[in-house]
Design a protein around this ligand. Structure first.
Ligand SMILES: [Zn+2]
Length: 251
C-alpha cells in the first residue's frame, strides 16, 4: 500500500455506488489505470472539475489491495472548449473510447499520452478540420501500437511501393500493385491519401497537424481508417456511430 502521484487524461467516468464514481485514466508511465473517486458524483465534490472526461489532471492516488483511490487532484488542462462544439466533442469522445478499449494496464504510454494531448489541444483550440485531426491521430496511434508499418514499403511483400498504392486492412495497410491481385477488399489510394499516411508515419514533431487535405482525401482517410480499426481492433465504438450521425446532420 502506498501513495503515488500520477498525471493523466480521464478517458471514461462511471457511477460506482450511491455517490462515488470510477474513472479510467491514461497515464504515461502506467498505461490505463482505474481509480475510485469517493464522493465523486456529489455536485459539491472537490474533485468534480478535475475528474471529468478529457481532463488532464494530476492525481494523488492511494494504492490499496485491489483498488486505487484518489485522495487529491489538480487540473492541468480541462479542454473545456471541446464541449462548445458537438462535432469536436463527439469525435474527441471517440478518441477517448478508442484508447479506453485498446490501451492495457501497466504499459508504457508516454508517446501515446503526448499524442493524445496534442490531438485534444489542436481540436479544442484551433479551427482544424476535426475529421482530418482524428485521422492523423488514428494513423499515429496505430503506428505506436504496432499496427502500422512504414508507409513506403508494401506491408505484404516488403518491396518499395512503385506506381499506384493500394490499401488492404487484412494485409496490414498499404500494399503494392502486385500484392493487390491476391488481396480482398482493396482500396485504390488517391495520391493525396497515400502522401498523408506516409507523412504522418514519418512525422514526429509539432508539424504533425500542419497540413490541409481535399474533401476527397479526407473522405477516403475516414473510409480506410474506420475499416482498419474495425478489422484490427474488432470492437463497436458507440461514440464513433454518434459522431458520424452528428456529421451527417451538419452536411
Ligand atoms: Zn507487395
Amino acid at each position: 500500500m502506498s501513495i503515488e502521484k500520477l498525471k493523466g487524461i480521464v478517458l471514461k467516468e462511471y457511477q460506482s455506488g450511491e455517490s462515488s464514481k470510477k474513472i479510467v485514466v491514461l497515464t504515461g508511465e502506467k498505461g490505463k489505470i482505474n481509480l475510485t473517486v469517493k464522493g465523486g458524483k456529489n455536485t459539491k465534490s472537490k474533485h468534480l472539475a478535475t475528474t471529468q472526461m478529457f481532463c488532464y489532471s494530476e492525481f494523488v492516488v492511494y494504492e490499496g489491495r485491489g483498488f486505487n483511490s484518489v485522495t487529491s487532484t489538480e487540473i492541468i488542462e480541462s479542454f473545456y472548449s471541446l464541449r462548445n462544439d458537438i462535432n469536436k466533442l463527439s469525435y474527441s469522445a471517440y478518441i477517448m473510447e478508442l484508447l479506453e478499449k485498446t490501451v492495457f494496464e501497466s504499459m508504457n504510454c508516454e508517446e501515446v499520452l503526448k499524442l493524445t494531448l496534442k490531438t485534444l489541444w489542436i481540436i479544442a483550440k484551433t479551427d482544424i478540420d476535426v475529421l482530418l485531426a482524428v485521422s492523423i491521430f488514428e494513423i499515429k496511434y496505430l503506428q505506436l501500437s504496432g499496427f502500422f508499418d512504414e508507409g513506403d514499403r508494401c506491408s505484404c511483400c516488403g518491396n518499395y511501393i512503385e506506381g499506384e498504392a493500394f490499401f488492404c486492412s487484412d494485409d496490414g495497410g498499404i500494399i503494392c500493385g502486385k500484392c493487390k491481385k491476391s488481396a480482398n477488399r482493396v482500396f485504390a489510394l488517391l495520391e493525396g491519401t497515400y502522401k498523408v499516411i506516409n507523412y504522418v508515419l514519418k512525422s514526429n514533431d509539432n508539424r504533425l497537424f500542419s497540413f490541409k487535405v481535399s474533401d476527397e482525401v479526407r473522405c477516403q482517410l475516414r473510409l480506410i481508417l474506420e475499416d482498419y480499426v474495425a478489422e484490427h481492433i474488432g470492437q463497436n465504438f458507440y461514440t464513433l456511430a454518434f459522431a458520424k450521425s452528428c456529421t451527417a446532420e451538419e452536411l
